[in-house]
Design a binder for this molecule. Structure first.
Ligand SMILES: [Zn+2]
Length: 468
């Protein structure tokens, strides 16, 4: 055994120099040999490495050394590439049966963006899933009156906002999820209370708040590029006055107006502010694309629908969604133009050093659990990110955002063994993140045939469910 690996074993054993009598034997080690490790911090590819996994952790990463006999099971990964487990930083979990699709796609963790008022009950439900990624659980959505979604917390006034944060914190959610209709005063009270109670608040940008104000107030992430185009417009102040909650299409027309009155210097000042304040952006290009192409048969005949239940396939038809039911062809056309502008904005933000995270907004229409994270990575690269930067947005940067770099985001001794083995180089072509040969989830090894079984199970279940 390598010296470094030995030292780490001792550390993990809590400092004991050798196993004490009666202690459980340590779990069998698995050695992944001859693999190219992708260091997502530097973009370096380390060839011919041996990565040893034991229990839930990575024990060692070292160049292959024929002098050292390998212990335990060996997975020969000659010609393959190893990346850290992926994170989808914006999802909605609706059915536990969708969760294995994340695993089958190498997604080891997700951030659940609409929780429940009863967080303990929701956590217990997630804990009962047999195959699931780690789930970071947000609060129920906090919105103004009337809310877009039933079962939201409604806040009208400052004191109500403070009480809501209090309730969310005491029920144990990981963060406060905010939404479009929160009034200004309530928003700033919520921000202040969240800061006092050390719980982060993230989500949409309320219509009544400017992006720069949200950044200064400490909103940790802004989703969907909300308000960024408007904040980059010479007409920002007057456009904000015209925004009204619950008038989504009106908002889109105002966004189009904002694009026409784009001011580069104003935009760069905003991006600098995001960097200074550690305000992360989760563009969710996948959901923007989904909405823009819902009336395009080539797009909606996606073969991956075979993994979704009849209920979901029904709901994803635009005529069955109250948000899109009345859209005209011209409105879809507007969304396609906005989607193009979204990608340009993401490219600008990347070049300006704004921190970015990969998120899909699964289970919105054509945002597939697991699969679509790979769509998002490809869309980020189309927008101007390098393949390395796209990978970082779903690995290292997700770990940084969550404050968990000690255990997540890199392939290194002591980190959690969430790993994805690829048959092709993801830095040469980001689409290669889909060439998955095996996954380690908390150290548990799933080879290609185990992953295929997860997919087959999902297909079988969806085939049985009612078609509408
Ligand atoms: Zn969402």
């Amino acid at each position: 055994m390598h010296l470094r690996a030995l030292t780490l074993t001792l550390l993990l054993a809590g400092g004991a120099a050798y196993p004490l009598a009666g202690q459980a034997p340590s779990p069998e080690a698995v050695s992944i040999t001859h693999v190219t490790v992708v260091d997502v911090a530097t973009g370096k590819k380390l060839p011919d490495q041996t990565v040893v996994v034991q229990g839930e952790r990575i024990l060692s990463v070292a160049a292959f050394d024929s002098a050292n006999p390998l212990e335990g099971r060996v997975v020969d990964a000659h010609g393959n590439f190893l990346i850290p487990g992926l994170w989808d930083m914006h999802v909605h979990v609706q059915d536990l049966e969708d969760l294995p699709l994340y695993i089958a796609n190498g997604v080891a963790g997700v951030r659940m963006m609409s929780g429940s008022k009863d967080t303990p009950k929701l956590r217990a439900k997630f804990a009962s899933a047999s195959r699931a990624p780690e789930i970071i659980v947000g609060s129920a959505i906090v919105d103004g009156d009337p809310p877009v979604w039933e079962s939201s917390f409604i806040v009208r006034k400052s004191d109500q906002a403070r009480r809501t944060v209090d309730e969310i914190k005491s029920r144990g959610a990981d963060f406060v999820k905010i939404y479009n209709g929160i009034p200004r005063d309530a928003y700033f009270a919520l921000a202040d209370e969240a800061h006092k109670q050390s719980i982060s608040f993230v989500g949409h940008l309320p219509y009544a708040v400017r992006a720069s104000e949200a950044s200064d107030a400490g909103q940790h992430s802004i989703e969907h590029l909300d308000g960024i185009t408007i904040a980059c417009s010479k007409r920002e102040q007057s456009i904000i006055k015209e925004l009204r909650p619950l008038h989504y299409l009106e908002k889109m027309n105002l966004v189009a107006e904002a694009i026409r009155s784009y001011d580069s210097a104003q935009c760069q000042a905003l991006f600098a502010q995001f960097r200074r304040n550690d305000t992360w952006q989760v563009p969710t290009l996948t959901v923007h694309r989904g909405m823009a192409f819902l009336n395009d048969r080539r797009f909606t005949s996606d073969l991956r629908l075979a993994y979704m239940s009849g209920e979901v396939r029904h709901r994803w038809q635009p005529e069955n969604d109250f948000r899109f039911r009345r859209w005209t062809p011209a409105e879809f056309e507007l969304h396609r133009n906005l989607f193009t502008a979204d990608k340009q904005l993401v490219g600008l933000m990347f070049r300006a050093g704004v921190p970015l995270l990969a998120g899909t907004d699964a289970m919105n229409p054509f945002c597939f659990p697991g699969f679509s994270l790979h769509d998002e990575l490809a869309l980020l690269v189309e927008s101007g990110l390098t393949p390395l930067a796209a990978l970082q947005s779903a690995t290292l940067h997700a770990a940084e955002f969550l404050g968990r770099t000690a255990e997540l985001g890199l392939i290194a001794p002591g980190k959690r063994a969430d790993l994805v083995l690829l048959s092709a180089d993801p830095l040469a072509d980001i689409h290669n993140t889909m060439q998955i040969q095996a996954v380690w989830l908390h150290g548990k090894y799933l080879d290609r045939s185990s992953l295929d079984r997860l997919l087959e199970d999902a297909k079988r279940r969806s085939g049985k469910s009612t078609l509408h």
